[in-house]
Ligand binder design. Structure first.
Ligand code: NOJ
Length: 536
C-alpha cells in the first residue's frame, strides 16, 4: 500500500459534486445554471476548501432524465447558459485552484439526438448501426429478456422499421453501439472537445454498460438474493452478465484512457467510472492490469454497508486487498441518485459519517448539500419529476435533488427573490438549515466539514497515508493512518447508540471531533453515542 510516487491532484484532493439544476439559479427560472455556479464558487474554494468540482450534465437535452439524455454533447443547454458561460466557469474555477470534472454520458443519447433520428430513419440509414437494433424475437416480442433500470423491457418497438431498439434506461435514452468504430471515434471526439475547453476530468456515466454481450444473450435468472442495493425486484431477478460489463469493456476503457492521457496539452487529467460492482476483484479490474484503464472505478461500498462497523471493516479489507499495486481507492457516501446521508442515518450519525468519508484512505466525493446535513424531502406525487419515481413509485430520486439551501430567505437563496417557483420544492427546513446559519454556528455540520477539510489539507498522512484497521471488535471502528516520516493519525468512530471504549493504543490529542468540546484535549477513553474523533 505505498503512496503514489508522484501524487496527482485527484490522489490528494476532495471532489464536490454539483447537480447543476439544483445548486444555484442566477436567472430566476427556478432551475440552477452555470452563472449561478460561478457566483457560488467561493463556497468550494474558501468556505470548504475542496479541490475539484464534478458537474452533472449541463449539455443540450430534452431533460427526460434531467440531462442524462444528451441531444448535443458539445453544447450547453440554454436553460443552463452558453459555451461562453462554461468557459468562464472553467476560468473562474481554475483561478481559485479548483479542477473541473464533467459528466461524460457514453452509454446512451437522447432519442432526439441527430444521430438517433438518423438511425431511426430506416434500416439502411448510414447511422443504423450506431444504436442497437434487432428484429423481434421468435414470439414477435423483444429480442431478449433484458430489462430497463427504470422498469419494463429494455427494448422499444419501432413500427416504421419493424425492429426493436435497446435502451437500458428510458425509451428516450437509446443505447449507443460501442462496437461500431465510428461511434467510438465520435465519442472520443466528445472527450477531446471538452479537454480543448480546459476540463480536468470526466465522470463516466454507467461506464460498465457500454460493452454488452455481442450475441445479446438472455440474462440468466439470479440465484443470489437481492444484496439490498436499491434495485427493483424485476431488475434483481436477473444476473446482469450479458447486458453490461462484457469483457470487451477493457479495451474500450484503455482507448478512452489513451485519448485522455494523450491530449496534446499534456494536462494531468482524471477519469472516474460509475461502476456498481461489489465483487472487489471484479471492481478492481477496471483500473486495468497496467493501471491503463480508469483512474478510478467509483467505490460504492459504503452505500451497501451503511454505518454498520463490521461491514465497513469488511469493505475496507476487501478493497485494499483487491487494489492492483499503485491503484488509488476512493469513497462515496451519497450522490444525486441516493437518499441523503442524514435521511439514511440520522442527524448525529451523519456527523460520524462525515469523519469516516474524509479520513478513509482514498479520494472522497462530497455530494452538494451534505455539508450542511440536508435531508430528503418527500415530494407529493403531483410534483414528482424523476422519471424513475414516476414509473416506479418508491424509486424516485427527487428527494435528494431539492435546491441547495444557502440562506433562510425565500427559495433558500437558491433562486433570486421574486422567482415564481423552483423546479423541485425547497425543503421547508431551509429556514434553520442553511449555509449562512451554519457558517455562524461552530457546532454545525458545515463547521465540522470545514474543520475536517482543513485538517486533511494540512495533513499528508490523511491525504496519502496507509490505512490499518485496529483491533477485532467491530465497534468502535478504529483505524490508523501512517506515512513514512510522519506521526500516525488515529480515527475512532463509535457507530452505535451506546457509549464505546477507545482502545488503549490510541494516543494523542483530538485534532477534530464530531463533538467540539473534545478538540485540543487528549484523546478521550470513552466515546459518546455516534461520536468520532481524529487523534494525532
Ligand atoms: C446514472 C446517473 O447517475 C443517473 O442519474 C442516470 O439516471 C443514469 N445513469 C442514466 O444515465
Amino acid at each position: 500500500m505505498a503512496p503514489p510516487s508522484q501524487p496527482a491532484w485527484w490522489h490528494t484532493g476532495v471532489i464536490y459534486q454539483i447537480y447543476p439544476r439544483s445548486w444555484a439559479d442566477a436567472d430566476g427560472d427556478g432551475i440552477g445554471d452555470l452563472e449561478g455556479i460561478i457566483s457560488r464558487l467561493d463556497h468550494l474554494s474558501d468556505t470548504l476548501g475542496v479541490d475539484s468540482l464534478w458537474l452533472s450534465p449541463f449539455y443540450r437535452s430534452p431533460q427526460a432524465d434531467f440531462g442524462y439524455d444528451v441531444s448535443d454533447h458539445c453544447d450547453v443547454d440554454p436553460m443552463f447558459g452558453t459555451l461562453e458561460d462554461f468557459d468562464r466557469l472553467v476560468a473562474e474555477a481554475h483561478r481559485r485552484g479548483l479542477r473541473v470534472i464533467v459528466d461524460f454520458v457514453p452509454n446512451h443519447t437522447s432519442d432526439r439526438h441527430p444521430w438517433f433520428l438518423e438511425s431511426r430513419s430506416g434500416r439502411d440509414s448510414v447511422r443504423r448501426d450506431w444504436y442497437v437494433w434487432r428484429d423481434p424475437g421468435p414470439d414477435g416480442g423483444p429480442p431478449n429478456n433484458w430489462v430497463s433500470h427504470f422498469g419494463g423491457s429494455a427494448w422499444t418497438f419501432d413500427e416504421a422499421s419493424g425492429q426493436y431498439y435497446l435502451h437500458l434506461f428510458l425509451a428516450e435514452q437509446p443505447d449507443l453501439n460501442w462496437r461500431n468504430p465510428e461511434v467510438e471515434r465520435a465519442m472520443h471526439d466528445v472527450l477531446r472537445f471538452w479537454m480543448d475547453r480546459g476540463v480536468d476530468g470526466f465522470r463516466i456515466d454507467v461506464a460498465h454498460a457500454i460493452a454488452k454481450d455481442p450475441l445479446l444473450r438472455d440474462n440468466p435468472p439470479a440465484q443470489i438474493p437481492d444484496d439490498g442495493y436499491k434495485i427493483s425486484a424485476e431488475f434483481s431477478s436477473q444476473r446482469h452478465v450479458h447486458d453490461m460489463a462484457d469483457p470487451d469493456i477493457h479495451p474500450m476503457f484503455r482507448k478512452i484512457r489513451r485519448v485522455v492521457d494523450g491530449h496534446p496539452d499534456g494536462a494531468d487529467r482524471y477519469t472516474v467510472g460509475e461502476i456498481h460492482e461489489f465483487d472487489w476483484s471484479r471492481w478492481a479490474s477496471y483500473y486495468g492490469e497496467d493501471l491503463d484503464e480508469l483512474h478510478q472505478p467509483y467505490n460504492f461500498g459504503l452505500l451497501l454497508t451503511g454505518l454498520d462497523p463490521a461491514k465497513i471493516r469488511e469493505a475496507i479489507v476487501g478493497i485494499e486487498e483487491a487494489l492492483p499495486p499503485g491503484a488509488w481507492p476512493n469513497w462515496v457516501l451519497g450522490n444525486h441518485d441516493e437518499p441523503r446521508i442524514v435521511t439514511r442515518f440520522g442527524w448525529e450519525a451523519s456527523k460520524a459519517a462525515a469523519v469516516l468519508l474524509l479520513t478513509l484512505r482514498g479520494t472522497p466525493t462530497i455530494y452538494q448539500g451534505d455539508e450542511i446535513g440536508m435531508e430528503d424531502l418527500d415530494i407529493p406525487p403531483g410534483r414528482q419529476q424523476d422519471p424513475w419515481g414516476r414509473r416506479m413509485p418508491g424509486f424516485g430520486r427527487d428527494g435528494c435533488r431539492t435546491p441547495m439551501q444557502w440562506t433562510g430567505a425565500e427559495h433558500a437563496g437558491f433562486s433570486p427573490p421574486g422567482t415564481r417557483s423552483t423546479w423541485l420544492p425547497v425543503h421547508p427546513d431551509h429556514r434553520r438549515r442553511n449555509v449562512a446559519v451554519q457558517l455562524g454556528d461552530p457546532d454545525s455540520h458545515l463547521s465540522l466539514y470545514r474543520r475536517l477539510l482543513r485538517l486533511r489539507r494540512s495533513c499528508p498522512v490523511l491525504q496519502l497515508g496507509d490505512i490499518e484497521l485496529v483491533g477485532d471488535a467491530p465497534n468502535p471502528l478504529v483505524y490508523r493512518r501512517t506515512l513514512a516520516g510522519a506521526e500516525p493519525v488515529w480515527v475512532v468512530l463509535n457507530l452505535s447508540d451506546g457509549e464505546a471504549p477507545v482502545p488503549s493504543q490510541v494516543e494523542g490529542g483530538v485534532l477534530v471531533g464530531t463533538h467540539r468540546d473534545r478538540e485540543g484535549a487528549p484523546s478521550p477513553r470513552r466515546l459518546r453515542p455516534w461520536e468520532a474523533v481524529v487523534v494525532g
